[in-house]
Design a protein around this ligand. Structure first.
Ligand SMILES: *Cc1c(COP(=O)(O)O)cnc(C)c1O
Length: 493
């Protein structure tokens, strides 16, 4: 099993090299040179999440010993998760929710970012890299916190996160400034998420800085969702959930299901499509977007057009105009034509749009769900099923309902439930017609009573956690702040 770039599939590299590099020098994303098949599902049924993970990872990680993979999986998916099932499936009459939010930060990013640190340190060892790795991330909320939790206290690694000081929710801000760990540094940026992202990109491309860091034995790396080490672990929960449905008698083995995914950067749904290509019995993948509906338009028309304003919604992790991981799906769809993908991505970069013939696409259907519909579905599903969806999950639910109405497709459907509703208690309480307090912790308690579940400790305990990070800077000070920290000048505790 080797990896190749979506924009130049002439040369191949190992799994560990792809994980350490993150992105190919030609700007393309690494993809496996062939997609492995699943073993007989009969042999996997009844196995634990960790056993299934070990099995699937082994198919993709040539060069890693099976003991090593087993050890990595156990460290990643252990007691940091509040459910021993890791990604439990909650069944309602016609639908199942794969709850991907039981990790340390209560959002789906934990599924990949709790294992990426171990994959990365193992890969660096295999690539004979002894430099200290500094994970540098700009975040709009979820990714940064999940990276901090995933990489905290991992030897040989530091994590630096820039978040827009006024651009994250109150609870997300609390999560940032109270972050614990010996090797973490969190900086509030006076600017928006775009400023943070641009600033971080500039740091990566700053040759002077990177040369200077090299003399100290330090190299910058990224934890963003284009790293193949984030994608592969996400295949696991689709296989695991399918087997769960069989075990619970909801479907027969080999019966096909649909999967609906609230989509932003296209990583989560891409993992589902890999699972399908590996042989998981899946019929349709339902790609759900919010008001930022670039993908929904694309799958309907074949025209990808990012030339439109970004809309702020109650599902912020899907407020995205360029979905990086789509490139991988299109690469496979094009019959692995890296030539065509390079051309399309050049057009996207220069004109903000491209067109592609989608007649070969039989897997993905797409749709969108606006703010009002999200509120309506949150209320309806709560009243009818007693289940509280977060706004991202509600987008997927709404798009699935529309799809069902249009197609009369009654196939059993799994919905990827990507965040704890407690992370978005304001929106949920408002949707349910409840009063919303200015005190976010009061809202957590009210929501807990309505949902008849206890408030996740990871969120409730934030109220009493001491603030550890007070550094704030302007976009043009990011480099100075980073250098200060790396030189040990900035106390972060
Ligand atoms: C990141 C995220 C998404 C979108 O997932 P992609 O893999 O980027 O498509 C959806 N919901 C939540 C809560 C997220 O954090």
């Amino acid at each position: 099993m080797r990896y190749t770039s979506t924009r130049d599939n002439f040369s191949e590299i190992t799994a560990s090299a792809a994980i350490v590099k993150g992105i190919s020098d030609d700007g393309g994303l690494f993809v496996p040179s062939s997609i492995p098949g699943l073993p007989d599902l009969n042999d996997l049924i009844g196995k634990s999440y960790q056993e299934i993970a070990t099995h699937i990872l082994s198919l993709y990680l040539e060069g890693f010993e099976s003991d090593e993979i087993c050890d990595i999986v156990d460290k990643a998916y252990g007691e940091k998760f509040e459910s021993y099932l890791i990604a439990p499936v909650v069944l309602k009459e016609h639908v199942g929710f794969i709850e991907l939010f039981h990790g340390p930060t209560q959002a789906f990013k934990d599924m990949a970012l709790s294992i990426l640190p171990y994959l990365m340190t193992s890969s660096a060892e295999k690539e004979l890299i002894s430099d200290e790795i500094v994970i540098l991330t700009a975040t709009s909320g979820d990714t940064g916190k999940a990276a901090l939790e995933g990489f905290k206290n991992i030897e040989g690694v530091k994590v630096v996160v820039f978040y827009p000081e006024e651009g994250v929710s109150p609870i997300q801000k609390k999560q940032m400034v109270t972050q614990e760990g010996e090797n973490v540094f969190v900086v509030g940026l006076k600017g928006n998420f775009d400023d943070a992202q641009r600033g971080v990109k500039n740091l990566f491309m700053d040759e002077g800085l990177n040369e200077w860091l090299k003399t100290y034995g330090v190299r910058l790396s990224s934890a963003n969702s284009i790293n193949i080490g984030r994608l592969i672990p996400q295949i696991v929960y689709y296989v695991n959930s399918y087997l769960n449905l069989v075990l619970k008698g909801k479907i027969k083995l080999d019966e096909r299901i649909n999967i609906a995914v609230p989509t932003g950067n296209f990583g989560n749904i891409l993992a589902a499509s890999y699972a399908k290509s590996m042989g998981l019995p899946v019929a349709k993948l339902i790609c759900a977007t919010n008001d930022n509906n670039v993908l929904a338009d694309f799958f309907r028309s074949g025209k990808y057009d990012r030339n439109r304003p970004l809309v702020t919604t109650s599902s912020p992790s899907m407020d995205i105009l360029v979905s990086s991981n789509l490139e991988r799906y299109l690469y496979h769809l094009s019959g692995e034509s890296s030539h065509q993908i390079r051309r399309l991505m050049d057009t996207l970069a220069s004109q903000g749009e491209f067109e592609m013939d989608l007649s070969e696409n039989r897997d993905i259907v797409a749709g969108q769900c606006d703010e009002k519909e999200v509120s309506n579905w949150i209320r309806k599903v709560y009243l009818e099923d007693g289940y509280v969806m977060d706004p991202h999950t509600a987008v997927a639910y709404g798009v699935w309902q529309k799809y069902k109405e249009e197609t009369k497709d009654e196939t059993f459907t799994l919905i990827a439930s990507t965040a704890s509703p407690f992370k978005f208690s304001d929106k949920i309480l408002a949707s349910l017609g409840e009063d919303v307090s200015d005190n976010v912790f009061d809202n957590l308690i009210v929501l807990g009573n309505l949902a008849k579940t206890s408030v996740p400790d990871a969120l409730m305990s934030l109220e009493s956690k001491p603030v550890k990070h007070t550094t704030v800077c302007k976009p043009d000070e990011m480099k100075k702040v980073l250098m200060n920290y790396l030189l040990g000048g900035e106390s972060h505790d």
